[in-house]
Design a binder for this molecule. Structure first.
Ligand code: HEM
Length: 180
């Protein structure tokens, strides 16, 4: 079965779940009606979403490429983490807020949509790994320049995080192209 056949079957399955009734209920709310009847609303929130993606992925790249030893060698790993992680977390807040508004603006198109659920699943996994990375790996990062213990695992994690954020972004872009 091809990738797109799988997506088609995922859409068919989504149509048998609670998602249909919930998204139809959302599409009858005053919030959805307001967003659809004000021309600048949806492109406005899409612009906020895209700007926040730039900040989030830029920060994620600066931290993970420093860990991989590709950029930023003039700053220590702990300094780089301290500098960019707040930007990443605040951009994520902006993405969740603008994403929720975009979701409500076209609920049926966005929720009866395999790309949306692939993106949300990848986002949850990525945020959990990023939080684990930021909290537990940070302890090992303070000794980063002194010893190479555990560097391999942290570097593998950094590479995986870059790939996961790309999956989240691709999932977001393909929402508009899901097989109906
Ligand atoms: C709970 C969090 C989020 C929700 C509910 C959400 C929801 C959405 C929705 C509904 C769209 C479709 C917009 C459209 O085509 O009209 C979208 C687009 C997109 N999202 Fe998200 N999103 C969230 C977080 C994120 C995050 C964390 C990223 C990236 C790191 C991201 C990346 C994208 C991208 C790249 C697009 C396509 C933008 C475009 O080309 O117009 N989203 N998102």
């Amino acid at each position: 079965m091809s990738f797109f056949d799988t997506l088609f079957h995922m859409t068919e399955w989504l149509r048998t779940t609670w998602v249909v009734d919930f998204s139809l209920w959302l599409s009858n709310t005053a919030a959805c009606q307001w967003l659809q009847s004000h021309f600048v609303a949806i492109p406005g929130f899409q612009s906020i979403h895209i700007l926040a993606i730039g900040v989030l992925f830029g920060s994620a790249l600066m931290v993970n490429l420093r860990i991989l030893g590709v950029v930023g060698g003039e700053h220590s790993v702990p300094e780089t983490v301290q500098r960019y992680m707040p930007w990443l977390w605040w951009a994520l807040v902006a993405l969740i807020a603008s994403g929720m508004v975009l979701l409500v603006s076209e609920p049926v198109r966005n929720m009866v949509n395999p790309f949306f659920w692939i993106k949300m699943t990848a986002l949850l996994i990525t945020v959990l790994i990023t939080a684990w990375f930021h909290l537990s790996a940070r302890a090992r990062m303070t000794g980063w320049d002194r010893s190479s213990n555990g560097r391999g695992a942290i570097r593998a994690g950094a590479a995986i995080l870059i790939i996961l954020w790309c999956i989240v972004m691709a999932g977001g872009r393909w929402i508009a192209y899901a097989p109906a």
